[in-house]
Design a protein around this ligand. Structure first.
Ligand code: ZN
Length: 276
C-alpha cells in the first residue's frame, strides 16, 4: 500500500518529496499532494488548502530560506488557497499562470508563468507546460533531471478528472493530454493520489476514457433528444448519487465540445440536446 499519510514529508526520489494535505474527500482523494522539489533550493508545487498545520509541515521540511518558489498548478482552492500563508512564512516567489479573473481569488503571482518557461534551481530545472482543460490556468511542471511530470489535476491517480465549464474545457483537455502523450516521461506525480509509474498507458487510458464517454453520449442522443440529467443517469450507473452533479458538469463539457464540432445542438444544463 502506498504511504499517503498526511503531514509528513515522504521522499519519492533524490529530488522529490511529497506532503499530503489534511483535506481528504470525495473530490480530493487522500488529500492534495504538495511536492517539494530540490534540497538546497526548493520549489513547492501546490501549497494546497489554507491549513496552518500543512503550511507548517511544508516550511518544517526545509530550512525556510531554502524555499525559493511556490509553483501553482491551478487556482482551485484545494491546490492554491495556502499560497499567501506560505509566501508570508518563506518569502518565496509565487509563480502561476492564473488565477483567472472570474475566480475572484485573493492572491496573485509574483511572476506570471508561460508555456516553455524554465524555473532553475541549483540542482534541477522545471519546465512549465500550459495544459488548459481542467482549469484554464492549468500548468504541469516537467522535472528534466528525472523526466517526471507533475500533473496537477490534468491526470489523477485512481480516477479521471472533472471538467467543469466554463473554466473547464473538454476540447482543450484532450489537446493537453495528446501533448503530454508525446513526451518521454518516467513517472507522473499527480495532484491527488500516489505516483503513477506508466505515463504512456495512463495518458492513453485517459484519452480512451474521454472518447468512450463521448461515444456513449452520441449513442444515447442518436436515439432521441435528452437532458443532461437523463444522460447522467444512463451513463454513470455505478457512480454514487452524490457525484451526479459533478458528472453532469463533465457531460456538459462533452456536449460543448461536440457542439463546437457541429455534431450536437442544445443550449445549457436545462435544455434537451440532440444530434445535429
Ligand atoms: Zn484538485
Amino acid at each position: 500500500m502506498p504511504d499517503m499519510t498526511g503531514g509528513v514529508a515522504a521522499a519519492l526520489s533524490p529530488l522529490i518529496r511529497r506532503i499530503v494535505a489534511p483535506n481528504p474527500g470525495l473530490m480530493t482523494g487522500p488529500g492534495t499532494n504538495t511536492y517539494l522539489v530540490g534540497i538546497d533550493e526548493v520549489a513547492v508545487i501546490d501549497p494546497g488548502p489554507d491549513a496552518p498545520s500543512h503550511i507548517e509541515a511544508i516550511v518544517g521540511a526545509s530550512m525556510r530560506e531554502r524555499v525559493r518558489w511556490i509553483l501553482v498548478t491551478h487556482h482551485h482552492i484545494d491546490h492554491a488557497a495556502g499560497v499567501q500563508r506560505l509566501k508570508e512564512a518563506t518569502g518565496a516567489e509565487i509563480v502561476a499562470f492564473g488565477p483567472p479573473k472570474s475566480a475572484g481569488a485573493d492572491w496573485a503571482p509574483d511572476r506570471k508563468a508561460k508555456d516553455g518557461d524554465v524555473i532553475e534551481g541549483t540542482e534541477w530545472g522545471l519546465e512549465v507546460l500550459h495544459t488548459p482543460g481542467h482549469a484554464s490556468d492549468h500548468l504541469c511542471f516537467f522535472l528534466e533531471e528525472e523526466r517526471v511530470l507533475f500533473t496537477g489535476d490534468t491526470v489523477l491517480s485512481g480516477s479521471t478528472t472533472v471538467i467543469n465549464p466554463p473554466d473547464g474545457d473538454m476540447a482543450a483537455d484532450l489537446q493537453s493530454l495528446e501533448r503530454l502523450r508525446k513526451r518521454r516521461l518516467s513517472r507522473l506525480c499527480p495532484g491527488h493520489g500516489d505516483v503513477l509509474d506508466d505515463p504512456k498507458a495512463i495518458l492513453s487510458e485517459y484519452v480512451a476514457h474521454r472518447m468512450e464517454r463521448e461515444n456513449q453520449i452520441l449513442e444515447i442522443l442518436s436515439a432521441g433528444p435528452s437532458k443532461i440529467t437523463d444522460l447522467v443517469s444512463k451513463i454513470y450507473v455505478d457512480v454514487p448519487e452524490a457525484l451526479h452533479d459533478m458528472a453532469g458538469r463533465s457531460v456538459l463539457a462533452h456536449l460543448q465540445k461536440l457542439k463546437a464540432e457541429g455534431r450536437v445542438s442544445g443550449r445549457d444544463v436545462n435544455s434537451a440536446w440532440k444530434v445535429a
